[in-house]
Design a protein around this ligand. Structure first.
Ligand SMILES: C[S@@+](CC[C@H](N)C(=O)[O-])C[C@H]1O[C@@H](n2cnc3c(N)ncnc32)[C@H](O)[C@@H]1O
Length: 307
């Protein structure tokens, strides 16, 4: 049985392909997100301690200058050992612990700053209570969370749509049959395989007209290019590529659906604010982070302080 931890370790092994993730395993992310964290991390006192919950490979710490990094004590927690191994390879001075965000093995009120980026919400509302528990007097909780129907969520919804059409059109299966027929050298087999391929190609091409971007685009044009220069390929390369595309689409569907499930709406935020207050912190302030110069919302920002 695949556990949540296996799933996330696999995520960290396979992530990083261009355009696939918003924040990748090298810590690369849009500049305005990096700037957001540079500003938030200023709140941590010199030689204070910071904990990044569901840290992944440590993209938040990427926003610290080397000088600041040397002064602060950096901590990270995540369900995925693979993610933390990457984090430690980049920030060897950090201390990392593999654990659920619902049960982080540190004393209450022991960090000057607790942060999380697109992470803590994966363990539900109670994980926000756990995050607040760890904030020291005078300390801060700063969280950037997924926003329901925001920019990332809409992009993920579009990905799911395109991926579903890519699979249900039968394009991959019919392309495999057509490829086998071409390499068999039998014209009869090619003619037989062409019909179903053309039908599925029409479905995908129709969809592409109104949805020009996405994994379905990559599939459609990727195979088309191979088909046009098929003499340059081995049969196994083409079929291998098509099978890999199918696996990739299915794997990404699981990942993207999991992200959509944790996007927060106003009711979730009310529940989160109340558990943060139960942990004795001040009333959290909630805002949104937008792509600069646009109305596109990337995430909720949740900030709270303990007196
Ligand atoms: C979308 S990634 C974000 C990682 C990182 N904060 C970043 O922005 O690059 C979500 C992270 O949450 C972790 N995660 C998911 N569910 C978790 C849980 N229940 N407890 C702890 N970590 C969890 C995953 O392993 C993954 O690293």
């Amino acid at each position: 049985m695949t556990t949540k931890s296996d799933y996330w370790s696999d995520y960290w092994q396979s992530d990083g392909k261009e355009g696939e993730v918003f924040v990748n395993s090298k810590g690369e992310r849009p500049a305005y997100i990096a700037d957001y964290w540079s500003t938030q991390l200023e709140l941590a006192p010199d030689s204070g301690s910071v904990l990044d919950i569901a840290s992944g490979a440590g993209s938040i710490y990427e926003s610290l200058t080397q000088e600041r990094r040397a002064k602060l004590s950096l901590f990270a927690s995540d369900l995925s050992k693979k993610a933390l191994d990457i984090l430690l390879s980049r920030f060897p001075e950090a201390k990392a612990v593999v654990c659920s965000s619902l049960e982080i093995p540190y004393e209450s009120q022991s960090f000057d700053m607790v942060v999380s980026q697109f992470g803590v919400e994966y363990a539900g509302v109670e994980a926000f209570r756990e995050a607040a528990r760890l904030v020291a007097p005078g300390g801060y909780l700063e969280i950037l969370s997924h926003y329901q129907d925001g920019y990332i969520d809409q992009r993920n919804a579009a990905f799911i749509d395109g991926a579903k059409v890519a699979i249900s059109s039968g394009y991959i299966e019919t392309a495999i049959e057509l490829t086998k027929a071409i390499f068999s050298g039998s014209k009869t087999k090619v003619r037989k395989a062409e019909k179903p391929f053309i039908s599925s190609q029409i479905v995908l091409a129709d969809y592409l007209r109104s949805n020009p971007k996405g994994i379905h685009h990559h599939l459609y044009f990727g195979y088309r290019e191979m088909y046009m220069k098929i003499q340059n390929y081995h049969e196994s390369d083409v079929i291998g590529w098509l099978n890999a595309m199918r696996d990739d689409i299915k794997k990404n569907l699981i990942k993207v659906r999991a992200i959509r499930e944790v996007c927060l709406n106003q009711a979730d935020l009310d529940a989160i604010c109340s558990v943060i207050k139960i942990e004795g912190m001040n009333d959290p302030s909630i805002s949104t982070l937008n792509i600069p110069g646009t109305d596109d919302i990337v995430g909720w920002t949740i900030s709270a302080r303990r007196d």
